[in-house]
Design a protein. Structure first.
Length: 407
């Protein structure tokens, strides 16, 4: 149970207190009733009792602490029982929330900093949690980088790569799979208008909420540095609406700097081998490969292969996958299929209804050549190459369209 004295807190926050009602109750009882009515309004609005938890809105946490206090005082329960039409003071509808937090007056008042002056605390918005405040403080608490001369050439090189197109910047999108584990030593980000370089990632440890965390050394292009937590950097990147991730120099020209409708936050080139008993496939099983690109899990993509004519109505084996980032899927598939078009498998099968189908993503090409093509895609040298079936290798083809023509 919280040790927060609600009466003292409300005295400190008298701007928030509802006007005292008249009529037979003491001032203390009126405050208790007013506080309970605020909790009831919260429940009516949100459909559940207020709960504890650092990730929750500060006012919900305040209401949860208050409700715990009211439940624990016989005086309060007796006073409020006739008003408790939602069953908040006990019984089957009382919710056992997350572990009750012990929040001192100073901490809670700090959480409410800047909120004073509103007519009703239920109208306040955008009050930061203590975790968000700590993250902001850690981001802001930057010191002069004493050995910045070591890192200055890195920032110069990154800027040159951005200027000549070898690197691009990509938006940080929380719903696109950017995870804490994606932050690695050697990566560059743009945060708060500065280029940030992750110079060191310390040993992982368990945070109080059970998640993995680590201490980072981050160097900024203005010659400062900070020693912040990985989770704090992640949170800051999410909150900065213009934060960006700087790509690796191998991203190449396929990776667009502008988001398009077919862009993926990440994608996978996959290579499959068919288990079909078709005579052509069976005779060339080690050479017949399906090459595609997906933004989802490859295993899920092929789960129903034997029911799909695209997969030759047979089970398939995953023989290779290549993870790439911020790919325009259509451009990439067009490029791969253009490269291997001379080796496209000319095969016709019957679908489940007896209709003829000609799958278009199967090729007679060795796996090592596919590996070579992917490497050339990564380093941007694939332009103008095409597969030569006679020599079983990639060769220059001057008539090939440039990558820019694949849009």
């Amino acid at each position: 149970m919280s040790d927060l004295d609600l009466d003292e807190l409300r005295a400190e926050l008298d701007d928030f207190a509802a006007p005292e009602k008249k009529g037979g109750r003491s001032a203390r009882e009126e405050r208790i009733v007013a506080g309970f009515e605020e909790i009831q309004r919260f429940v009516e609005t949100h459909g559940h009792p207020p709960m504890h938890g650092e990730g929750r809105d500060i006012f919900e946490r305040l209401y949860a602490v208050r409700l715990d206090r009211l439940r624990g005082l016989e005086e309060s329960r007796t006073l409020l029982a006739p008003l408790d039409h939602q069953g908040l003071l006990g019984g089957a509808t009382a919710v056992a929330a997350a572990p009750v937090e012990v929040m001192g007056d100073d901490e809670l008042l700090a959480e409410l900093e800047g909120a004073a002056g509103a007519s009703d605390i239920t109208e306040l918005r955008h009050v930061r949690t203590s975790a968000e405040k700590r993250a902001a403080e850690e981001i802001a608490n930057r010191e002069r980088c004493e050995d910045f001369e070591r890192f200055k050439p890195l920032f110069t090189a990154v800027q040159n790569d951005l200027d000549n197109g070898m690197r691009i910047t990509q938006p940080i999108r929380k719903d696109a799979g950017f995870l804490k584990t994606d932050i690695r030593a050697g990566e560059f980000f743009i945060l708060g208008g500065q280029v940030a370089y992750v110079a060191e990632v310390g040993e992982p440890f368990k945070a109080p909420n059970g998640e993995s965390d680590a201490r980072l050394r981050v160097i900024y292009s203005n010659g400062t540095e900070s020693n912040l937590l990985l989770r704090s950097l992640q949170r800051a990147l999410y909150k900065d609406e213009v934060s960006r991730r700087v790509s690796e120099p191998s991203a190449g020209p396929l990776f667009a700097s502008e988001s398009e409708t077919d862009d993926l936050a990440s994608g996978t080139i996959y290579v499959l081998r068919s288990q079909s008993d078709n005579a052509i496939v069976a005779a060339n099983r080690d050479l017949v490969h399906k090459i595609g690109v997906t933004g989802s899990d490859v295993a899920k993509r092929i789960a129903n292969a034997k029911l799909d004519s695209t997969f030759l109505l047979a089970d398939v084996e995953i023989v290779a996958t290549y993870k790439l980032f911020n790919i325009s899927r259509i451009k990439l598939e067009n490029l791969i299929h253009r490269i291997f078009d001379p080796a496209r498998l000319d095969i016709e099968i019957k679908d489940r209804f007896g209709n003829p189908v000609i799958p278009r993503e199967w090729f007679l090409v060795p796996l090592f050549v596919i590996d070579d093509a992917v490497e050339k895609i990564k380093d941007g040298t694939i332009t103008g190459y095409v597969y030569d079936p006679k020599s079983a290798r990639l060769v220059k083809h001057s008539a090939s369209p440039p990558l820019g023509g694949l849009a």
